[in-house]
Design a protein around this ligand. Structure first.
Ligand code: NAD
Ligand code: UD1
Length: 337
């Protein structure tokens, strides 16, 4: 259990933030949500109240609003921040890089200023396996070189660099950088899950929308990769495990006082076809699919070496691909869109 510290979650009503909110409450923390609802719905807050059985403290606002953030941090005696807020679509970042630089970089600078001004210097940051670009080693360790393939990936690398510079400037900064692999799944209640606006870019939400009949067919981007069945291989991680990784990261920061950068994955890769088959079992239907050209910017194989997370955070993923598909399907079937 924690000492009940107050934790600010920027982007806390989004996909990863909302699941982490629940995990933090269960671990005895007092999370507080700040979100501008640019990519989430306000009724997530009510659903979080149903899950936790407690009122959810939240504020509508933007991470670029330094004085608002500062006021929230001071007023609520915030001990640490989890920074989820940001845009995450690779294709949109290629089409509109300025939108990504403004939100992901200026948004993070706004948060830093507010934290520095209020002497709150403990942060957990949502980074991504995208920082490895086209990886030179599989499984990917944290020592693998960083490289970006698109403006979204660039913003994640720059944010990580900014965090490193802050730690050099003032040793009171304690930064936990979590490089997520492929978060999927949903809370077992079926009340919260991934809720993309518009057609999904990522495999699991696309597959789920085909299964429910919202989309006609799954396009599988390439079946000629150097993988066992020719389709791309990824390290899918259940969002519930990811939420627990945030709790573990926070506890580690409070306990050790030192920052870290860790991969958050299962250490195991599944192909697109593995996911399709497992999802068919979960939903009890066959999924229509067709093979199409490779998606530009895609890599063949990406999965984590998850050893450091185990050693440093005493955390490892527990849920299986079956759990991921069952929970995604339950969430999709509820249809809160
Ligand atoms: P999400 O879009 O569901 O959640 C992000 C939340 O931040 C949304 O509720 C949105 O309204 C809010 N937001 C965006 N910009 C904001 C701003 N300037 N001020 C206040 N609120 C703002 O995304 P997610 O999947 O929960 O991802 C959370 C973080 O994790 C992101 O930074 C993303 O880049 C990173 N990440 C996600 C994945 C993934 O596959 N989901 C993988 C790797 C990294
Ligand atoms: C994508 C992003 C990555 C980001 C990650 C998590 C790209 C190029 N990469 O990664 O930067 O960190 O999401 O948000 O967008 N697939 C299909 N059909 C689909 C969708 C996906 O076949 O409709 C395949 C892909 O080719 C890939 C696998 O499914 O082999 C997983 O794709 P996706 O869920 O988009 O994740 P990533 O490509 O790993």
């Amino acid at each position: 259990m924690s000492d009940g510290q107050s934790i600010l979650l920027t982007g806390g009503s989004g996909y990863v933030g909302s699941h982490t909110y629940v995990a933090l409450v269960q671990a005895g923390f007092k999370p507080y949500i700040l979100d501008n609802f640019s990519n989430s719905k306000k009724n997530v807050v009510e659903r979080l109240e149903r899950i936790t059985g407690l009122p959810v403290p939240w504020h509508e606002g933007d991470t670029r609003d330094v004085s608002l953030l500062q006021e929230i941090i001071v007023k609520n005696d915030i001990a640490a921040v989890m920074h989820f807020a940001g845009f995450k679509s690779v294709s949109e970042s290629v089409a509109n890089p300025l939108k990504y630089f403004d939100n992901n970089l200026a948004g993070m600078i706004g948060l830093f200023k507010a934290m520095e001004n209020s002497a709150c210097r403990t942060l957990v940051f949502s980074s991504s396996a995208t920082v490895y670009g086209d990886p030179i080693e599989i499984p990917i360790t944290e020592k693998s070189p960083k490289n970006f393939l698109n403006p979204y990936g660039y913003t994640k690398i720059v944010c990580e660099e900014m965090l490193a510079s802050l730690s050099v400037s003032n040793t009171q900064w304690r930064n936990g950088v979590l490089r997520y692999f492929n978060p999927v799944g949903a809370h077992p209640s079926g009340l919260i899950g991934e809720d993309p606006s518009g057609p999904p870019n990522n495999l699991m939400p696309y597959l789920a929308q085909v299964a429910v009949g919202k989309l006609p067919i799954l396009n599988i981007y390439g079946n000629d990769y150097p993988t066992p069945d020719g389709t791309g291989v990824r390290d899918y991680i259940h969002v519930q495990d990811l939420a627990e990784a945030h709790v573990a990261a926070l506890k580690t920061l409070f306990k050790t006082g030192s920052g870290f950068t860790v991969n958050i994955g299962t250490g195991r890769g599944y192909s697109v076809m593995d996911v399709v088959y497992e999802f068919e079992i979960a939903c009890g239907k066959s999924i229509p699919y067709q093979f199409v050209e490779r998606r530009s910017g895609d890599i063949a194989v990406c999965y984590a070496d998850a050893t450091l997370a185990k050693n440093l955070l005493n955390w490892n993923a527990k849920l299986s691909l079956t759990d991921m598909c069952i929970d995604s399907w339950r969430w999709q079937s509820n249809d809160f869109s």
